[in-house]
Write a protein that binds this ligand. Structure first.
Ligand code: SF4
Ligand code: SF4
Length: 339
């Protein structure tokens, strides 16, 4: 595996060189927020904790054209979206890089292969910015199979060692970015030792832990438990938790037509919304927020484990930090473990 050490103040140049012929997306300041967006010439906030929005938008866009259609005298004609996505480099934190691997299990499985997700994945290179200092008290990646200096899902892992940054090129896609690291020097053994120290310290700095792996059998046995009757009561059904979540992936498909021209669109949806499961008849099998909250928990900690042997949460803490009524998935999971 190729490894390089580069001065921290040379990273801006690396990013600029990466942007030649590719789009680069990463954390950029937007007023009081830091958002994951195309840089478009802006400097990335590489030292910032994590972006408010998850980077899933780059691979699973908020709204995406699936197909264009045209009504003609010969019948309907269909065409793929004309805009071919260009190759991209995504600067993300390790929890978010891991979320891509979790979503691969759903969107790129043997039986069902989502060509849109796969195309975005193939054209993207993931550069993971290790959390040498885990940014938030709400981070709990180590409880759900991740770690702050984890490499899962990364093509390149960057670890801040002080004055220098260690770049580990983990895949052929990552190695293709080597020329952008102009001026970097080969990493020595001392860098490996230092990286291991940073990794251990970062793991130890994660303060939040939850019994995420223990709740699956409890959820299996407690679909009708009275616990679900009160949990949801303060929920506003705003969907913030699911829209910001890097692993939530529910979507809706709609057709929009003007004259003879039309598009079929895929747009994010949320199990927190009352309309999500409403049927054409007017019947809604998840008729209250109780069923919707139960679904969110069951999907992440029970059904995903059943289907893919993985918890559908990377412990990024976004839902904890941004829920307007302070509903906290860490507390919910801890309470379930006590049922
Ligand atoms: S962010 Fe909070 S209030 Fe909004 S839907 Fe999620 S749990 Fe409910
Ligand atoms: S459920 Fe919450 S903590 Fe887990 S990945 Fe989604 S937003 Fe992050």
């Amino acid at each position: 595996m190729e490894k390089r050490l580069i001065r921290k103040d040379a990273l801006a140049g690396v990013v600029k060189r990466m942007a030649e012929g590719r789009s680069v997306l990463g954390p950029v300041r937007d007023g009081d927020n830091v958002l994951f967006e195309p840089l478009e010439g802006r400097d990335p906030e590489l030292a910032f904790g994590n972006t408010r929005n998850a980077p899933k938008n780059a691979l699973f866009p908020h709204t995406e054209t699936l197909v264009r259609f045209l009504r003609t005298p010969r019948g309907m004609e269909f065409a793929a979206d004309a805009d071919e996505p260009e190759s991209a480099v995504l600067f993300v934190r390790p929890c978010d890089a891991r979320s891509f691997v979790l979503l691969d299990k759903l969107f790129d499985q043997e039986k069902y292969r989502d060509p849109y997700w796969v195309a975005h994945r193939e054209r993207s290179t993931v550069v993971s910015l290790a959390c040498a200092k885990p940014p938030y008290a709400a981070c709990f990646c180590t409880s759900v199979g991740g770690e702050p200096v984890g490499a899962e899902g990364a093509d390149v892992l960057l670890t801040d060692l002080g004055a220098e940054v260690l770049a580990e090129f983990l895949t052929p896609k990552g190695e293709a970015l080597l020329p952008a690291f102009e001026g970097a020097r080969p990493a020595d053994e001392a860098a490996d030792t230092r990286r291991e120290e940073v990794r251990q310290a970062a793991r130890g700095a994660i303060r939040s832990t939850i019994p995420a792996r223990e709740v699956k059998p409890i959820l299996d046995a407690n679909f009708e438990h009275p616990f679900w009757n009160t949990l949801h009561q303060s929920c506003l059904a705003c969907g913030t938790c699911t829209y910001l979540c890097p692993t939530c992936h529910c979507f809706d498909i709609s057709d929009e037509q003007k004259g003879d021209d039309g598009v079929r669109l895929r747009s994010w949806d949320s199990c927190m919304f009352p309309l999500f499961t409403k049927e054409t008849s007017g019947h809604n099998p998840r008729s209250s927020q109780k069923e919707r909250w139960r679904q969110r928990v069951m999907h992440k900690f029970r059904y995903y484990v059943d289907n893919f042997d993985a918890i559908a949460c990377v412990g990024c803490g976004r839902c904890v930090l941004n829920c307007p009524v302070n509903l906290d998935i860490r507390k919910v999971v801890s309470d379930i473990a006590k049922l």
